[in-house]
Design a protein around this ligand. Sequence first.
Ligand code: IPD
Ligand code: CA
Ligand code: CA
Length: 266
Amino acid sequence: MPPQSALINVMEKAARKAARSLRRDFGEVENLQVSRKGPADFVSAADLKAEEVLREELERARPGYGFLLEEQGAIVGADKTHRWIVDPLDGTTNFLHGLAHFAISIALERDGALVAGLIFDPIKDEIFWGEKGKGAFVNGRRLRVTAREHLSEALIATGIPFMGQEGHERTLGEFAALTHRVAGIRRYGSASLDLAYVAAGRFDGFWEHGLQPWDIAAGIVLVREAGGLVGDIDGRQPYTFNLKNILATNEPLFTPLSRVLRGKEV
Ligand code: IPD
Ligand code: CA
Ligand code: CA
């Protein structure tokens, strides 16, 4: 493993500190589950608390950098060339229901380009990071996307729109086109971890509509640094935040997946 850069150390330290409070709060959720009011308000407070810890830690280590925070929005910094993109709790629905699959996601943009990403799953104690030109790693082990070339062997992750969001019909169409061609489809409930798992070769691909920069910024760095492609289901790449959906996979599966998801023949 190459030595971790000072930048990744800063991101890891912030994530580990925020994770301590998330882990404690996750333990509490199980007790609140049984109460009639449920843990929803408690979880939004946990989310905000974690974001505040991340903001403070990152600000202290790199004064002046800007932020795009899921909860607090955009904060313009004195240094206009750098911006942290942060989701303090990705997988809120899982957290709320006591499901141990959620993460903290931190990315750094320099001059508009994503240069580093770190995703920390505090329950499984897995820390994924990637830095432009330096590769992607999980707990120190190098990551590589899968080499599978056939859809019939591929395990694909996605996200399904929540109640109140658009795209339910489209989702059914995509499932109808894909389910009988792939080894399996998974909906784990945390887009950042879905991307980290593509980078780690656990999933062969991932697609989802309507995600926000904080859901995917760190994961994009990981997939790219693990040798994968990130674009959209219309086959455009590289991915930019103005695209309406994301498709991340290995090179051989990029075109077949994008075609099948659009209802075309491979
Ligand atoms: C959500 C998760 C989920 C995805 C949603 C996101 P949140 O983020 O990443 O997997 O399907 O679209 O909003 O709300 O848990 O931070
Ligand atoms: Ca999110
Ligand atoms: Ca979130």
